[in-house]
Design a protein around this ligand. Structure first.
Ligand SMILES: Cc1ncc(COP(=O)(O)O)c(C=O)c1O
Length: 454
């Protein structure tokens, strides 16, 4: 074993713990990153080193890592009612309060909230409800789901099938049949030279419609999308994209499923990402920011149109033990109160602008930044070998991996999606934390630039 692995927590982690989204053999060779406490947007490892977490964990710790009000709300609810379920018409007071709150926040007039535990479960729930919807209306063959290249929707079998990322399929024999992909609306990599937004959107939508016709509209249940693609590399759509997509979906009686798991609760500078991008969903899934990730809870909010069909279908044979967990609900209600008190939408827009202009300024001075993109508090900086031609780095160089490792040494936690450096910090950050992130980013970028230009 590597002598650098010097602490007991790390040694035991290697001995006993199989990690998500990690390479087990690499994990055996390196000092595990053991986080022991948080302070706002900062976390500390077990050696006492402090980091600013520019990814809010997994795009999710919107209120930072040690919010006292969320801890108190959890403690109060644990003392009052530590568990309840939502089967057989049973509920808890806080669960109902949250269901009502989510319907009113999303503007799903007369809609309903369904609770689950993880983002993957919420997305799979939307697929099951879409199948029910079409079957109940006499179209049981409408079962396929269209998603986009580079989209991410979770790790369970159907959710992974909807991902447009090979790593989610390799080794598992996925995607399942019937989970088909359309183009990613990636303005940097998929847009052709000379194509303006309108021409790019027309091409994307044309490709989508051809796919629908080829597969048969009578076999397609739903289209699922993140308003702004997150894990696939932080990719906002071109103007007019969702409006045009939606016209095609409506023409073919295909439901629009909105994955708000990252974009919901302020991340894009609106309460929900669909407002930012002009999407009109039939159902939307949410998790992460819902409880600021202090409890594993997710939800699906559906329109009246979907609910009425489900309600007429008899017994709903679906549910999770922890659906509508009262502690999760109490935490979510408290998180939403905090978001409202801090005027999260305005805050994200203001602070996000500082982050965006800082990244653009640093990018403009660098010889390896090809693209700075994003919205709200969600940005990606794509590193390339040649910014003029947009030539990517040779994948063998693993520039993103190198950047991520060096950034950590510099006290900055980012996530590199291939060679795109991600920023999705806790929404509570202020100007000081933005400047701190920018400084550490700039120092890391300079060092990587020197390395690759040797
Ligand atoms: C957009 C999106 N959808 C779904 C998921 C899956 O959520 P979970 O990991 O809670 O199942 C994620 C997780 O990162 C996500 O980013």
């Amino acid at each position: 074993m590597d002598t650098a692995i010097s602490n007991s927590a790390g040694i035991r982690d290697i001995a006993y713990h199989l990690h998500s989204q990690s390479n087990p053999r690499h994990h055996e060779q390196q000092d595990p990153f053991v986080v022991v406490r948080g302070d706002g947007a900062y976390v500390f490892d077990n050696k006492g080193k402090r980091y600013i977490d520019a990814m809010a964990g997994l795009w999710c710790a919107s209120l930072g890592f040690n919010d006292k009000r969320l801890a108190a709300a959890a403690a109060r609810q644990y003392e009052r009612l530590g568990f309840n379920h939502t089967f057989y018409s049973r509920t808890s007071d806080v669960t109902t309060d949250l269901a009502e709150k989510l319907v009113s926040m999303t503007g799903m007039r007369d809609g309903k909230t369904y609770f689950a535990t993880s983002g993957s479960e919420a997305n799979e729930t939307m697929v099951k409800f879409a199948w029910m919807y079409h079957a109940a209306r006499g179209n049981p063959r409408k079962r396929k789901v269209i998603s986009r290249d580079k989209g991410f929707h979770g790790s369970s079998i159907v959710a992974a099938s909807m991902c447009g990322l090979e790593a989610m399929h390799n080794n598992f024999g996925l995607p399942l049949d019937g989970f088909i992909k359309t183009l990613c609306p990636d303005g940097y990599r998929v847009r052709r030279r000379g194509e303006d937004d309108a021409a790019f959107v027309a091409r994307l939508v044309d490709e989508l419609e051809q796919l629908i016709v080829r597969e048969g509209a009578d076999t397609i249940a739903a289209f699922i999308a993140e308003p702004v693609i997150a894990g696939g590399g932080i990719i906002p759509p071109p103007a007019g994209y969702f409006e045009a997509v939606q016209m095609v979906l409506e023409r073919h009686d295909i439901l629009c499923l909105d994955d708000e798991i990252v974009c919901g609760f302020g991340r894009t500078g609106n309460w929900f990402g669909h407002e930012t991008v002009g999407m009109r969903p039939d159902m939307m899934s949410m998790a992460k920011g819902l409880t600021a990730s202090y409890f594993p809870m997710s939800a699906v909010v559906m329109s009246r149109k979907i609910y009425e069909v489900i309600a007429d279908s008899g017994w709903l044979g679906h549910g999770f033990t922890y659906s509508g967990h009262p502690v999760g609900a109490a935490i979510a209600l408290e998180a939403i109160s905090i978001y409202e008190e801090m005027a999260i939408v305005e805050h994200v827009r203001r602070v996000g602008e500082r982050l965006r202009s800082g990244l653009e300024r640093i990018g403009a001075q660098s010889s390896i930044v090809g693209d700075v993109r994003g919205v709200g508090l969600m940005y990606g900086v794509e590193l390339v070998a040649d910014p003029v031609a947009g030539t990517p780095f040779d994948p063998a160089l693993q520039v993103g991996q190198q950047f991520q490792a060096l950034a950590r040494e510099n006290g900055l936690i980012t996530r590199c999606m291939r060679d795109t450096v991600g920023f999705s910090p806790p929404l509570i950050i202020g100007d000081g934390e933005v400047d701190d992130m920018l400084e550490r980013f700039s120092a890391t970028l300079g060092a990587i630039e020197a390395r690759v230009s040797k």
